[in-house]
Design a protein around this ligand. Structure first.
Ligand code: ADP
Ligand code: MG
Ligand code: ZN
Length: 414
């Protein structure tokens, strides 16, 4: 007969073909092995466990860091007719009880849980009595304490492999350098892992960096070049997101702010507007974006330096998911480096951790400073070789650059 995973892909999700890497990941899981899938944002990581979950039957547990992400995924699955549930702190007690009844009676195929809820003794005991066939850990880089998004609740997931020794585990992430990959594997799998590192390149995203001068004006000029298109603007501080959004609004641009200091209602209203309308500019801190799946984001604009090259890669990956040409544009100035260094020094972390964070920042500065093809440098950092891309500022502007030490160039750029 037909390949069961292809049948599920078509009959349940309505897709004719797998995206690159999906079929390999699914085959590996279906053969009972663990998988670490490192695939770019927009590659279609969710299907990599959703399809096997339906092929395998029984219950699949999905660990996801954010309630909003879980709700979105569960809603999308239900629309496709899949019995999916989540139990989480934002639901009424009755809703959680009803969800648990469906899980316990074997109706639910995919159960979404935050790590801290999954790893309670009560939940683990209850789940141990059920027919668990697969465990998926989404945004798995959160488990690595060297990673830019480390979450303490993820650390505890390392116990899963002993609690459910027969169950294949898939860890999914868009961002993982060599150290982070090794770290994820060691913690989640200990052994028996098939790491699949898939292509990182997003060739439709033009990469550019501009010396920071007057960020408001620079942002406005950029946004006006893309008027009518949706875009994400990242700022370092909450205050700045509001200032920038207000400035854009004053200049006739539809702009909204998003940061963790806003009320839940205000945040959700702005996120919904961004997701459902076109031509809205979302001015946000990095609180916005994890798992954002809006295909027609034309650009990601950084008014400030991100924390690391991994963070940068993940953030710009939200642009151009529809495959159309898109831009990643960053303003870069000396002051930002100072700010980032102070952030790291002020962190409540071990000297070793701080040393690594400074190292990551140095790597990012290297990327900002390079006269080489930016895509080559970016992909090279993730272990992928590439030819000069012809779609970054350095490739497009082959004019000779000023000589001088790195320091001199930083000062010139400031
Ligand atoms: P990721 O988690 O890797 O960032 P998602 O799982 O959110 O990506 O998928 C991104 C988008 O790609 C979703 O809209 C999804 O429906 C779509 N998608 C995934 N796989 C396929 C496929 N095989 N064919 C068509 N669209 C797909
Ligand atoms: Mg995802
Ligand atoms: Zn290039």
């Amino acid at each position: 007969g037909r390949d069961p995973k292809r049948r599920v892909l078509k009959d349940v999700f309505g897709f004719d073909d797998f995206r690159p890497g999906q079929a390999d990941v699914m085959e590996t899981l279906l053969s009972g092995r663990h998988v670490l899938a490192v695939m770019p944002t927009g590659a279609g990581k969710s299907l990599c466990y959703q399809v096997p979950a339906l092929v395998l039957g029984g219950l699949t547990i999905v660990v996801s860091p954010l309630v909003a992400l879980m709700q979105d995924q569960v809603a999308a699955l239900r629309l496709a007719g899949v019995a999916a549930d989540t139990i989480n702190s934002s639901l009424e007690r009755d809703a959680n009880v009803a969800a648990w009844r469906r899980v316990a009676s074997g109706q639910t195929r995919l159960l979404y849980l935050a790590p801290e809820r999954l790893m309670t003794e009560r939940m683990l005991d209850a789940l141990a009595r059920l027919d668990i066939r697969l465990i998926a850990v989404d945004e798995a880089h959160c488990i690595s304490q060297w990673g830019p998004a480390f979450r303490r609740e993820y650390e505890d997931l390392a116990r899963l492999r002993d609690i459910f020794p027969e169950v294949p585990i898939i860890a999914l992430t868009a961002t993982a350098d060599e150290t982070t990959r090794t770290d994820i594997s060691a913690r989640l799998f200990a052994d028996r892992v098939d790491t699949l590192v898939l292509g990182f390149d997003r060739p439709n995203i033009k990469l550019a960096i501009e010396p920071k001068q007057d960020s408001k004006r620079q942002l406005l000029r950029f946004v006006e070049r893309h008027s009518g298109r949706s875009g994400i603007v990242y700022c370092l501080s909450r205050r700045k997101t509001e200032e920038m959004a207000a400035f854009l609004e004053q200049n006739g641009v539809t702009a909204l702010a998003y940061h963790a200091g806003m009320s839940k209602d205000a945040r959700e209203a702005n996120q919904n507007a961004f997701m459902t309308l076109s031509g809205v500019v979302m001015v946000a801190t990095i609180a916005f974006g994890m798992g954002i799946d809006k295909p027609d984001v034309a650009y990601v604009f950084h008014t400030d330096l991100p924390a690391s090259l991994e963070a940068y890669y993940q953030e710009i990956g939200r642009a151009g998911r529809d495959g159309r040409s898109a831009e990643a544009h960053m303003l870069y100035g000396l002051g930002d480096i100072r700010t980032r260094r102070l952030f790291i020094d002020d962190e409540d972390a071990s000297p070793e951790h701080k040393r690594r964070s400074h190292g990551r920042l140095d790597t990012l500065i290297g990327y900002c400073e390079t006269a080489q093809c930016r895509r080559q440098v970016l992909l090279g950092y993730f272990g992928e070789e590439a030819q000069p891309c012809g779609n970054c500022d350095n490739c497009l502007n082959q004019a000779p650059r000023a000589d001088g030490s790195t320091e001199a160039r930083i000062i010139l750029a400031a």
